[in-house]
Design a protein around this ligand. Structure first.
Ligand SMILES: Cc1cc2nc3c(=O)[nH]c(=O)nc-3n(C[C@H](O)[C@H](O)[C@H](O)COP(=O)(O)OP(=O)(O)OC[C@H]3O[C@@H](n4cnc5c(N)ncnc54)[C@H](O)[C@@H]3O)c2cc1C
Length: 432
């Protein structure tokens, strides 16, 4: 019987960070991945953050396959014929060790997989974990679709991403805490353009990158966002919205992306480009309130499988990687004591609580539910911003005092003073 110190299910950022940390500490670890290679099936916008990545792979930016260091981040409030923008560019973001990079997961995850192997970890691809093996109430291994495919270990790390059935099985949960309206569907296209065009269109110096997050018409007022990220020789563009609202509005993910691409504010950025890749994926949006139990007898749950996504700050990969690292450190400690029971692995929870992960997810714990029932931020507010800015910039001989009055009249015609005050108070409570 083949037995490892740890089995990791899934070669995404969570699983590979866990495996790397385990192997680095001399533990015998196997990663099982259903794709042809790590990253083959993985979808992300995708912006990768330097500091958390460096915690696992120090100086990764010197050798990992990355696209562009991001020096400018923007938010757009989009309507059918206008855009109101806010953003920030900073030279400090362009200096090593950088703040964030655009990446292709197919390249980056593959690289992480190689790093795991260099440390002595085993990465087995084209293999689906079908079930969790349990004995006397303890997780002792996994079964795969292969003949003689049962593999055993002291601990299993579930890192299979969103909608994890294995988490449910391993922790004997009746069902996941997540509701249908806490799942977003996202689609992404990679559009090829040459480097100079990208740098001209985004006003970038050679090699640097920018991001744009968009709300409003981008999702036809549904709770969600769209994004535009610059890669070396392509642009990643995508849209995502709550699955429940897409079903209700009968809008397909593809139609949403096509409408976004043809918006006159977006079209000039991608004009003349050639679509090379198209992919879809789900994003867990339930946050803290939808988190499953994070550990049990012989098992730990990390990354998207544990709902660790902060939609407001476009953070998921960092939570995945750091949760993987913390899970691995918990196992290293447990190995020292020879105790892989639920009690022996309980320090994973406290490690997460001390980290930014639980703190940030707790901070936004009511956001998902609030926006699900109050969609004004995604529908009405981009329009109000557009009306206000239009009046502010329009020069037509109207005295400024009158212009301001007109601006306020138009806003109050769309949203009463009381409702505006309530919205502000609620946004504040949910977001700050
Ligand atoms: C469109 C989109 C844009 C995003 N943009 C960003 C962004 O810009 N920045 C950011 O930080 N986050 C972003 N995210 C979120 C981020 O991608 C995730 O939070 C992150 O990938 C989670 O990592 P993970 O390792 O937990 O799961 P995943 O990356 O999903 O990895 C899970 C792995 O497990 C494998 N697997 C699944 N089931 C099995 C099985 N039964 N057996 C074997 N293998 C299995 C999968 O093939 C996969 O390789 C985005 C997500 C989407 C969908």
């Amino acid at each position: 019987m083949e037995k490892f110190d740890a089995i990791v299910v899934g070669a995404g950022p969570a699983g590979l960070s866990a495996a790397y940390t385990l192997a680095d500490n001399g533990l015998d670890v196997i990663v099982i991945e259903r794709g042809d290679y790590p990253g083959a099936k993985n979808v992300m916008g995708g912006i990768l953050y330097s500091e958390p990545t460096s915690q696992i792979f120090p100086d990764f930016w010197k050798e990992a396959p990355l696209e562009r260091p991001i020096i400018e981040e923007n938010y757009w409030l989009l309507t059918e014929g206008s855009v109101t923008k806010v953003g920030h560019r900073n030279e400090k973001f362009g200096e090593a060790p950088y703040n964030a990079f655009s990446v292709f997961r197919a390249h980056f995850d593959k690289w992480m997989g190689e790093e795991v192997k260099k440390k002595g970890g085993l990465v087995i691809c084209e293999t689906v974990v079908e079930d969790i093996i349990q004995k006397d109430g303890k997780v002792i291994g996994v079964s795969t679709g292969r003949t003689e495919g049962d593999i055993y270990a002291n601990v299993v790390i579930v890192a299979e991403g969103v909608n994890s059935m294995l988490t449910q099985k391993a922790l004997k949960m009746q069902k996941m805490n997540m509701k249908e309206d806490q799942l977003a569907v996202a689609v992404k296209e990679v559009i090829y353009l040459n480097e100079e065009k990208i740098e001209d269109r985004f006003a970038l110096e050679k090699g640097f990158g920018a991001t744009i997050e968009v709300i409003g018409d981008a999702t036809k007022g549904m709770v969600g966002t769209a994004f535009i990220y610059t890669n070396k020789e392509s642009i990643s563009i995508g849209t995502g919205a709550l699955m429940s609202q897409m079903i209700e509005k009968k809008i397909s993910p593809n139609d949403l992306l096509e409408a976004f691409k043809s918006n006159p504010m977006v079209r000039p950025l991608i004009q003349g480009g050639e679509t090379k890749e198209y992919a879809g994926h789900m994003i867990p949006e339930g946050g803290y309130n939808a988190m499953p139990k994070l550990y049990g007898n012989g098992v730990l749950v990390v990354g998207d499988s544990a709902q660790m996504v902060n939609g407001f700050h476009r953070e998921g990969s960092n939570m995945a990687m750091i949760s993987g690292k913390l899970a691995a450190e918990t196992i290293v400690e447990a190995s020292g004591k020879g105790d892989f029971s639920e009690k022996g692995l309980a320090s994973y929870q406290s490690k997460l609580e001390e980290s930014f992960i639980i703190k940030d997810l707790k901070k936004y714990k009511n956001a998902s539910e609030y926006f699900d029932h109050n969609t004004e931020l995604f529908s009405l507010y981009p329009e109000l911003a557009s009306d206000a800015m239009y009046n502010f910039f329009k020069v037509d001989g109207t005295p400024k005092k009158e212009m301001q009055k007109k601006m306020m009249r138009e806003i109050f015609a769309k949203r009463s003073k009381t409702s505006l005050a309530k919205d502000m108070y609620n946004f504040w409570r949910v977001l700050v």
